[in-house]
Design a protein around this ligand. Structure first.
Ligand code: FAD
Length: 430
């Protein structure tokens, strides 16, 4: 057992249990076991750090192509000009301090039976347990004329980074009086309130700098997360529902489902008409990250079914899937969900490698959205493992920002959102 006293472990276990709401298994004192983690995003990085904190004898390697990770959360604030892209960029030095090895490469496939991850460079990594957290991939074919290449100019910006910067520059270059057309995705997708927070943040920028402009959301859905809170905020700050509204929402019943994009004409074809945009932002329908398909971890839904106690794939033994790619019952595809699932999975993996019973998990999610500079809203939920082995929401725990919340409470939610960001990024990468 490497440099890890029982006293230190207990100290750590106490802190982490309070944060994660999970019980920790005992330490394993056997020969070094190997865990390979595919994806150094929110789920993968959290799992790596927590495994090392729970049992420093385990050899943990992350495979991640990028040297830096940009958080999608708070990336909408880059669009409004409220924060810089640098403020959402994180490196892997913090994980190295926990003894996590990081290999900058891509996983091309996983052989669950042989317990090997094959890398794009041709190397292979052996594992006792593998954790996969590759995030989402896009169904490019769902919108005619849209592709990975077109997305360089007509961005999705649904993976934060260079496209976030491109979209911000396009908004800055747009004339006063211009239209930003946003295409929202069908369920299920990464960050259910995300498109509507994005529309709010863009409207925040337009209101101050280009007040004759507007954001038009084309949506295949008839309802969306925190809808009542969003529309109330939009009415208060952006004239929603009036002729001069800065935000317009065309829902599914009104023909909002987009089927094609014309990059030359800068137009989007929806069910009843074409919409021209000065800036277009297309968030395509989604599925699990590509490597999950290559590894045989997905079912017909395009997502990865897992055991909710351990996050072990129900299709491939010894391989666990967490975060956006996993089917996790009522938990939304969010960063906080990925972080919470990673802790549950880490505890299960440490227990399984130590040959002891996996702990009883609980899970948590909170999602903040900043609608205007002094107006934030949130939704929170706590989950437990039901007797049927499935994740279930704990009734009466969590909830939404009250519809009649006073202005000082809404302003406080913005502060909570920013402190949540500081806390979770430290928890994942610190
Ligand atoms: P990711 O964090 O995307 O990590 C996946 C990683 O895997 C990436 O680093 C990728 O490079 C790597 N990878 C992919 N394929 C391979 C491969 N083959 N080999 C090796 N590595 C690979 N969540 C919240 O909780 N709160 C919010 O306020 C919030 N706001 C959001 C706003 C926006 C605009 C968006 C788009 C999302 C937001 N989210 C928010 C959602 C959150 O970002 C995701 O749910 C979260 O990042 C999921 O974590 P993950 O580990 O599943 O995927």
């Amino acid at each position: 057992m490497a440099h890890f006293s029982r006293r230190n472990f207990l100290k750590l276990a106490g802190t982490a249990t309070a944060a994660a709401g999970i019980g920790f298994p005992q330490l394993s004192f056997g020969a070094a076991k190997k865990v390979v983690i595919v994806g150094g995003g929110i789920g993968g990085a959290t799992a790596a750090k927590y495994i090392r904190m729970m049992d420093a004898s385990i050899d943990v390697t992350i495979v991640e192509p990028n040297k830096h990770y940009h958080t999608c959360f708070m990336s909408n604030e880059v669009l409004s000009g409220d924060r810089t892209i640098e403020s959402i960029r994180f490196g892997y030095d913090g994980l190295a301090k926990h003894g996590v090895k990081v290999i900058h490469d891509s996983a091309a496939g996983i052989d669950a039976a042989a317990r090997k991850v094959k890398l794009a460079s041709g190397k292979t990594l052996d594992f006792d347990r593998c954790i996969v957290s590759p995030g989402v991939d896009f169904k490019w074919e769902a919108i005619e004329g849209y592709s990975e290449q077109v997305a360089e100019t007509i961005t999705h910006a649904w993976k934060a980074g260079p496209q976030t910067v491109t979209l911000r520059k396009q908004l800055e270059a747009m004339k006063n009086g211009g239209t930003v057309v946003m295409v929202a995705p069908p369920n299920p997708f990464r960050c259910p309130p995300g498109p509507y927070e994005r529309a709010s943040q863009i409207a925040m920028y337009l209101k101050q700098h280009k007040p004759k402009s507007k954001v038009l959301i084309l949506d295949p859905k008839d309802k969306f997360a925190k809808q009542g809170l969003f529309t109330a905020g939009w009415k208060q700050h952006y004239g929603f529902g009036t002729e001069n509204s800065l935000i317009e929402w065309v829902n599914g019943a009104q023909g909002g489902k987009a089927s094609a994009v014309d990059a030359k004409k800068m137009s989007v074809t929806a069910e009843v008409e074409d919409f021209k945009g000065d800036v277009i932002n297309v968030i395509p329908p989604q599925k699990a990250g590509k490597v999950a398909f290559a590894a045989g971890l997905t079912d017909d839904s395009g997502w990865c079914p897992v055991n909710h106690r351990t996050f072990e794939s129900t299709l491939q033994p010894n391989v666990h899937v967490i975060g956006d790619a996993a089917v996790a019952g009522p938990m939304p595809k969010s960063g906080y969900s990925a972080n919470s699932q990673a802790k549950v999975c880490a505890a299960a993996v440490v227990a399984l490698l130590g040959g002891i019973e996996t702990p009883q998990p609980s899970y948590v999610n909170t999602c903040y959205s900043v609608i205007a500079p002094e107006h934030g809203v949130s939704v929170a939920a706590v989950y437990r493992l039901g007797d049927d082995g499935k994740i279930a929401a704990v009734q009466g725990a969590g909830g939404l920002t009250p519809a009649d919340a006073a202005p000082h409470m809404l302003a406080r939610e913005v502060k909570y959102a920013h402190s949540w960001f500081a806390n979770i990024t430290h928890d994942v990468f610190g």
